[in-house]
Write a protein that binds this ligand. Structure first.
Ligand code: AMP
Ligand code: ZN
Length: 501
């Protein structure tokens, strides 16, 4: 293990930072709730997945063998009025639900690649795990913690809360009465014994499109069930880390924990990590509320919220500048500052890597050596303190001050020892490239690759708009590209692009 000091992680279960101790030394099992693929991924979702990408990358950096599981929700996530989000998306676009899921899953993966997030080890899909979910419902029934009502199966929350004291509420840190009062009225309320009970299997209504046979009815699993079933399947009954946005604490994670106890009799994850929300106009960015900005809008600058376009790496840097547990408000000024900050950090690394290693006159540590080592130490100390990228970036900037002075020979009489320079080169490159996951968006080759990837995505989105006869969006994309000096030509074989032709 490459660990000079213990890794501390803020655990939502205890509400405290704890020293991370994996179940099996050297190995980490991590499950993160993935996207619901009924519409385009928004920047808020990207923030959460980028945060967990950095956490994954840092665990790898520390030398752990990590199995990172992130699911795709393509069934069972209901809207407030009880309609399946996938089916609703399909009806609106006149598509098969699986067509909707495929389109947005591909779009999501493309976006994750553009943001340079590493693919998870396993990306299980909810509809590919219906037998596992049915088996879990059966286990919960066998353990007396669920009941069937009119073909649907409900989890018996009061019975669970009585049997497993202090568990329901442990993730969100709230008391049972509050959680009971927060339960929303859903259509099937009359089938439940208690308003807080939640469906683990739902009998299909004639209008439901995604349905499967089960011992109780033809229907579909409840939304929370997939994560319990898939985390157990791939990581075991008890694993190390479970993550998601903090909007998922209740009901999703609370219900997941209850289901795992109900089926397997133990707590699923030892550490629960929750990212804070990306805000737009000081309000949570949310698909269902329409308060969203898509990454493409920022890549093209085609949004009333921004004055210009921003590269994916500038946006990634923007997200890393804040600690994952702080809210982050997106404004044009903040993005402009992040773009500058990103360039500065990349420039520091470039200067450092190009610095020649020369012998020094004295064999003892110089003042510059000590200052540089302190910056490196503080950067990694920040990462060890609950993955605090904000502190790590500030330390890289402090180091940048010395590197610039050294490069300009402004450090009076002070020198850097070869071993310190070598250490700085390796450590900072590792931090910026491997842990922060930043790539140089001005480098040739990488630049072409990024632009080609981006253009493929933008033209695909425009083609989707044209298929849906959404001429307004299609023209808007073409005009915005034109304004940026990119000409789009539509032909029989699809659309092509060229710069300024
Ligand atoms: P969804 O597709 O809505 O299920 O969300 C996928 C992930 O993105 C979940 O972990 C959410 O908690 C997270 N998420 C949703 N909105 C935001 C936001 N505004 N900021 C950060 N994360 C978010
Ligand atoms: Zn989940």
């Amino acid at each position: 293990m490459n660990q000079p000091r213990p890794l501390k992680i803020y655990n939502s279960l205890s509400g405290k930072k704890e020293i991370f101790t994996p179940i099996t030394p050297g190995y980490v099992g991590m499950y993160v709730c993935g996207p619901t693929v009924y519409s385009d991924v928004h920047l808020g979702n990207c923030r959460t997945f980028t945060s967990f990408d950095v956490i994954y990358r840092y665990l790898l950096h520390l030398g752990y063998k990590v199995r990172y599981v992130r699911n795709i929700t393509d069934v069972g996530h209901l809207t407030d009025d009880g309609e399946d989000r996938m089916a609703k998306g399909a009806k609106v676009a006149q598509l098969e639900p699986m067509e909707v899921a495929q389109r947005y899953t591909v779009g999501f993966r493309d976006m994750m690649r553009i943001f340079n997030t590493l693919p998870p080890s396993i990306e299980p899909i909810a509809t590919g795990h219906i037998p596992e979910q049915i088996a879990m419902v059966q286990q919960i029934l066998d353990n007396g913690l669920g009941y069937e009502s009119n073909g649907s199966v409900y989890f018996n929350v009061p019975k669970f809360a009585e049997q497993y004291k202090d568990v329901y509420g442990s993730v969100s840190g709230r008391i049972l009465d509050d959680l009971y009062n927060e339960t929303r009225e859903l259509k099937s309320q009359e089938e439940k014994r208690h308003p807080a009970d939640f469906a683990i299997w739902m009998k299909a209504r004639p209008e439901d499109l995604m349905i499967w046979e089960s011992p109780w009815s033809t229907g579909f699993p409840g939304w929370h069930l997939e994560c319990s079933a898939m985390s157990t399947k791939y990581l075991g009954k008890n694993f190390d880390i479970h993550g998601g946005g903090n909007d998922l604490k209740f009901p999703h994670h609370e219900n997941e924990v209850a289901q795992n106890h109900g089926a397997c009799g133990c707590h699923p994850a030892n550490y629960w990590l929750h990212t804070n929300m990306l805000l737009l106009n000081s309000k949570k960015m949310s698909k269902s509320d329409g308060n969203t900005i898509t990454p493409e809008q920022l890549f093209t600058g085609d949004s009333p919220f921004v004055s210009k376009s921003y590269s994916p790496m500038a946006l990634r840097f923007f997200m890393l500048q804040a600690h994952y547990r702080s809210t982050l408000d997106i404004t044009d000024d903040a993005l402009l500052a992040a773009e500058k900050g990103y360039r500065k950090v990349m420039e520091t690394n470039k200067l450092l890597q190009n610095m020649p290693i020369t012998a020094v006159s004295s064999s003892t540590e110089t003042d510059t050596d000590r200052a540089i080592l302190a910056c490196i130490e503080s950067a990694f100390e920040g990462m060890d303190d609950d993955f605090n990228t904000a502190i790590a970036i500030a330390s890289v900037n402090d180091l940048g001050t010395y590197i610039h002075k050294l490069a300009n020979q402004q450090l009076d009489g002070s020198e850097i020892s070869p071993w310190v320079l070598e250490r700085a080169k390796a450590a900072i490159n590792d931090l910026i490239i491997n842990v922060f996951g930043l790539t140089d968006d001005t480098a040739s080759g990488g630049d072409d690759k990024a632009i080609n990837g981006l253009m493929d995505l933008v033209l695909q989105l425009r083609a989707n708009a044209r298929t849906n006869k959404d001429w307004g969006t299609s023209d808007q994309i073409r005009d915005a590209l034109n304004a940026a000096g990119i000409v789009v030509k539509d032909g029989k074989e699809g659309s092509t692009w060229s710069i300024g032709a």
